[in-house]
Design a protein around this ligand. Structure first.
Ligand SMILES: [Zn+2]
Length: 319
């Protein structure tokens, strides 16, 4: 049976060639959902990055499973924000992943960095120096210990992360570089459109004072020139004491703060306590898109949801 053996030989030859024909995507791991979303967008049609902090786990406080650690050791690339955000990850990365495979986003050149605001009460646009233009890196020599690590909430930084990922992935996976580039262009256009929409949506509430749960929104506030006047807690792990609550309540009254925003991971009861005897309303902001499905759309939905929650609560319609 000449033909059959020829066919089967051809079949085996093809099976052996398969790994060469189907180019495997690099194994990529990303710490938090919004950044995972951007990387997933860059990798669309090529592969799927793995999300480390699933199920709305807070990046400030988490523990990893043995399987998470195994995945980390196998990953060709790990993208994370950095120690000021994901403190528990710092030690594990140092111990398990070679430095050359880790990309610390806080160390990206040209990333816009803002300082964490000290105290629970902030002056308007504390980080707007005179004559300073928007979206310029605000403090060049800012130390990691002082940096506000929630950098992904600026669309400018998001675009920078996309550009970095296109270059970086093209470098480790040159065969797919044209696809990474194409995806990158699409994402940058989507980000521009998102930015335009949010800017329009928030234009009417820029001056309205509000209180956030923790200092996670500095980049968003800065970019859209919003008027946050304080935070409920300095560190999301530490609940404020009675004196702090009294201070905040006075601040809500004296500044006529329109809204106090809680976050999905944290106790909303505290916000209710703050609102007693004030005219302020309760709102909710989610800086991580905790309840959203992960994937390329998560970043865009998270940002739109933030804008909607702010516009809804700060706007005059009493929503
Ligand atoms: Zn945070």
């Amino acid at each position: 049976m000449q033909t059959r053996s020829y066919t089967s030989r051809l079949f085996y030859a093809l099976v052996l060639m398969l790994p060469l024909l189907v180019h495997a995507a690099p194994q990529v791991m990303v710490s938090i959902k919004p950044v995972h979303s951007l990387i997933a967008g860059v990798m669309a049609g090529i592969g799927l990055p793995e999300l480390l902090l699933r199920n709305g786990r807070s990046p400030h406080h988490f523990s990893l499973t043995a399987s998470d650690v195994r995945k980390l050791t196998r990953a060709e690339r790990v993208y994370w924000i950095g120690e000021p955000l994901e403190l528990p990850l710092a030690k594990i990365l140092r111990a398990t992943v070679s430095e050359s495979r880790v990309v610390t986003l806080l160390s990206l050149p040209d990333l816009q960095l803002l300082p964490l605001r000290e105290g629970v009460q902030w002056e308007r646009h504390a980080f707007h120096e005179q004559g300073e233009q928007h979206d310029k890196p605000v403090e060049k020599g800012i130390s990691l210990a002082q940096v506000n690590p929630h950098v992904w909430l600026s669309p400018i930084n998001a675009a920078l992360i996309v550009r970095m990922a296109v270059e970086d992935l093209s470098h480790i996976d040159p065969e797919n570089s044209s696809a990474y580039r194409r995806n990158g262009e699409t994402l940058l256009m989507r980000l521009q459109e998102l930015d335009r929409q949010i800017g329009e949506q928030l234009a009417g509430v820029r001056d309205v004072p509000f209180i956030v749960f923790h200092d996670a929104y500095a980049y968003f506030e800065h970019h859209y020139q919003l008027n946050a006047v304080g935070s409920v807690t300095l560190s999301p792990e530490r609940m404020p004491g009675a004196q702090h609550i009294q201070q905040l309540r006075n601040r809500i009254k004296s500044l006529n703060a329109r809204c106090v925003f809680s976050e999905p991971q944290f106790e909303p009861k505290l916000v209710a306590t703050l609102l007693e005897d004030t005219q302020a309303r309760a709102g909710r902001l989610d800086p991580l898109g905790a309840s959203l499905p992960s994937g390329p759309d998560a970043y865009f939905t998270m940002m739109s949801d933030l804008a909607e929650a702010l516009a809804g609560c700060l706007g005059g319609d009493g929503k």
